[in-house]
Each structure stands twice: as C-alpha cells, then as structure tokens.
Design a protein around this ligand. Structure first.
Ligand code: PMP
Length: 443
C-alpha cells in the first residue's frame, strides 16, 4: 500500500492530531490529549459526544433497515422526523425535504423558491438576493448565494451573478451609523436593489439569522428582520432563512428567527439537526409555498440518493428528542448568557479583543490591532489562525469565522460548545481561552 496523504486534511502539509474518542463536551486524541470542544466541531456536535441514547437509536434502526430509496419506500423514522420538525417550528413551516448537508439544504431552498414561482406561471423569477458577508454552502448554487470571498474567489467566473446587499454588521456599520436602530437603512438598500434588478427577476432573499462562518456570530439590529421581511412581501420575494448553523436550539430558540418573531417561507437546516451523529440536513417549506406545488407538478425537483434514508432519520429524530427531553434550548439560553458575560468581562483584559457578540451558545469574538480605531490585523499575520492554534495547544477547540474581505472585516472566531455544557465546563472553557489569549500577548 502506498502511503498517501488523505485529501480530507484542509491543509495537506500540516500535521493534525488523530481523534480517538469523545465523551460529552470533551474529545481525546490518540496521544490521550484532552480537548474541550468549544465549537462543537463546526458548530455541529450540539449534544456532545458519545451519548448512549443516540448510539442505542442508531443500533435499533440498523437492526431493522439502514437504507431504502425514497422513490420506493417511505419509512417510520423519516415520517416521524418530518412530523417532529413540523411540531417544533413556528407557523406553517410544515414540510420537510431531507438532504445530507447544509449546502444541499440551501441549494434545495433556492430551487424550491424558483419552482414555486414557475408553478404560479412566472418563469423570470430566478435570482436570489443574498448579503455580502454570508456563507450558504460550498456547492455552486449555494456558493453563488454566498458572500464569502475566500471560498468564492477561485470559482467566480463559474458562479451565478446573484445580487448582494450589505450585511447588518453593527460593529463596523456599512452606513457608518453608530447605533442599533438602523434597520430601515438596510431595508431601504434591499428595496433599491429590488427596484434596480426588477422584482420580476427575483425569486428570494436569503439570510443567516446570525451570520456565522463569514463573520463570527453577527447579530442584526432588533427590527432588521421584520423590516427586511416586509420589503420582501411588498415585492413578492420569498424569504429564506439559512438556519444551518443557528437552527435546532443553538441560539436559545428552536429557530433563531423566533427571536424576532419572523416566520420565513423556507428554512434550511443542517449541522445541529443530527448533532454530527450522521450527515443529515433539511429544507423546511411552509404550507403557503407548497400550495401551488401540490396543485401543480406535485413533486420537488431536487433530491439525493441518501435523501430521507431511515438510518439518518432515526438518528436525527433521537437527537431532537434528546434536546427536548433535557431542555437543551433553555440550557443554551442560560449558559449562553453566562458565557457571553464572562467573555465580555475577559475582553477588557486584552487590547486586541474588539467585540464579543452572539446569542445563546453561538458567540463571536472579533480581534483588532487597535481597539479604539477598530483597525483589523494585517491579513499576512492570520491572527484568527494564531488564536485557533494556541487554543488547540491549550486543549480548547474553537472555529474560524473570517470572510477575508480586505479592509472590511477582521479576524474572528466562534465559540459554540455543545448545548449540554454545564456551568463548571463553561468556567473551564473561559479559563482555557484566557490562557490562550495571554499566551498571544506574550508572543
Ligand atoms: N449554511 C450555513 C449558515 C453554514 O454555516 C454552513 C456550514 N458552515 C452551510 C450552509 C453549509 O453546510 P455544509 O458544510 O454542511 O454543506
């Protein structure tokens, strides 16, 4: 056997520890080094590692059947999961289409939005407006809707030319306003974009309720989503909430959109939906959007071989039941507030911590070379990477969140431990983060 490197490594030349096992909020590598999983991997392992109830559900389903193809069979777990999602989400978000990754979920959302207009006899509404500083996935459709420079740059000529508007990034307000009540400026910008492009050409507007990978838990002003949704309604544009990172309890609500009382037309889910126990994601569609599809072609033009396989459905269902049984949404809110407060306190000790923000257990920290001027670090320093590597040495895992937009945003990380985290474990996380930042000061 040739000794080849695995292409799976993000940086092919770099050494990565090999994981051995996980237990609760901790991971252990093959050298028995212990890590506190402060980011649930990529904001995914929402209920922690090695949970016996999930392993049991996994086993039980495997004993029955792991795979059937969706055009041949439906299955009890897939039906039950769809029913569960309809029960836990607000409004008429009642229809689930199962896929395997967040990228597939947002791309499917885009296709369903376009199909919705076609079913109504409108064939020109094909564009999706997104926001600069956003991440909706790595496949070409999802990447076309994403404002993440680093992930787009190699493929720009191949991407769809979708329009973008500004992100509600209050720490560096795109309108140079220094207050939180600026929602109407964003709504006006969206309205101008729609008028310029023509509502007859726009199928949907897509947004992450709280911006994740492209900025680091950026929370919009309070009225932002209500005003943006109102503009969408005025111009007959669907509103897609990409809740791949924020959904299923992460922010202290089942859907982050609930914080603002806004019910989207379509929602994409992933990550926390199966908490990393299996690849599973979904596009959730409201009754209103399904109506013309049910009257028309009666089928969604999307799908993948593994869509709705009973094995993944059973696991995802067990994860959601676990979240409900142990009130983890409530814990995310409580521990999130506690962690947020502690990190804010900690930030006062370090001149290079510019901002601490987020909701529930989705917290972003932005680093600056000058706290007063908010000047970002030079790109060559790659400060985000320095923090992440130091943290790893300290036995703490955190997640990078920088869109790489020169001169627009800076370095940021996300702290998002499993929703199961206890107060003592939060204290330990903060202690390890403090140690990380202290070592950066000395370097
Ligand atoms: N949307 C959002 C908001 C995400 O955070 C991500 C993943 N970081 C995706 C979509 C893509 O999900 P996946 O990596 O599972 O394809």
């Amino acid at each position: 056997m040739k000794n080849r490197s695995y292409l799976i490594k993000p940086e092919l030349e770099k050494e990565y520890p090999s994981v051995s096992y996980g237990s609760g909020v901790y991971l252990y590598d093959c050298n028995n080094k212990k890590y506190l999983d402060g980011s649930s991997g990529a904001v995914t392992a929402s209920i922690g590692h090695g949970i016996p109830e999930i392993l049991e559900a996994m086993n039980e389903q495997a004993k029955k059947v792991s795979f059937v193809y969706r055009s041949q069979f439906t299955s009890e777990p897939a039906e039950a999961l769809a029913q569960k999602l309809s029960n836990i989400f607000p409004g008429d978000l009642n229809w689930s289409f199962f896929v395997n990754s967040g990228s597939e979920a947002t791309e499917t959302a885009m296709k369903i939005a376009i199909q919705y207009w076609q079913e109504r006899g409108i064939y020109t509404k094909n564009k999706v407006i997104s926001r600069w500083m956003s991440y909706h996935g790595i496949t070409m459709g999802a990447l076309s809707m994403s404002g993440h420079v680093k992930r787009r740059e190699r493929f720009v000529p191949l991407l769809n030319d979708f329009p973008t508007v500004s992100a509600p990034y209050c720490y560096r307000c795109p309108f140079w306003e220094n207050h939180m009540e600026c929602s109407s400026l964003f709504a006006q910008e969206l309205e101008r974009a729609i008028l310029r492009i023509g509502q007859e050409n726009i199928a949907a507007f897509i947004a992450e309720p709280i911006i994740g990978a492209a900025g680091g838990a950026i929370v919009p002003p309070d009225n932002y989503y209500r005003e943006m949704k109102a503009v969408c309604e005025k111009y007959h544009i669907l509103f897609i909430a990409d809740e791949v990172m924020t959904g299923v309890g992460r922010t202290g609500a089942m859907l982050a959109m609930e914080h603002w009382g806004v019910i989207p037309d379509i929602v994409s889910l992933g990550k926390g939906m199966s908490a990393g126990y299996t690849p599973m994601a979904a596009t959730i569609v409201s009754d209103r959007i399904m109506e013309p599809i049910l009257l028309g072609s009666k089928s969604i033009m999307a799908g993948h071989t593994y869509s709705a396989n009973p094995q993944s459905a059973a696991i995802s269902l067990a994860v959601i039941e676990y979240i409900e049984k142990y009130n983890l949404v409530e814990n995310a809110k409580k521990m999130g507030n506690y962690l947020n407060d502690k990190l804010r306190e900690l930030s006062k000790e370090f001149g290079f911590v510019g901002d601490v923000r987020g909701k529930g257990l989705l917290i972003g920290i932005e680093f600056v070379s000058n706290k007063q001027t908010k000047k970002p670090f030079d790109r060559e320093i790659n400060f985000t990477n320095l923090v992440i590597e130091r943290a790893k040495e300290e036995g703490l895992l955190i997640y990078p969140a920088s869109a790489g937009v020169e001169g627009v945003n800076g370095d940021a990380v996300i702290i998002a431990p499993p929703l199961t985290i206890s107060k003592d474990e939060v204290d330990e996380l903060v202690e390890r983060f403090k140690e990380t930042l202290s070592r950066l000061t000395l370097d």
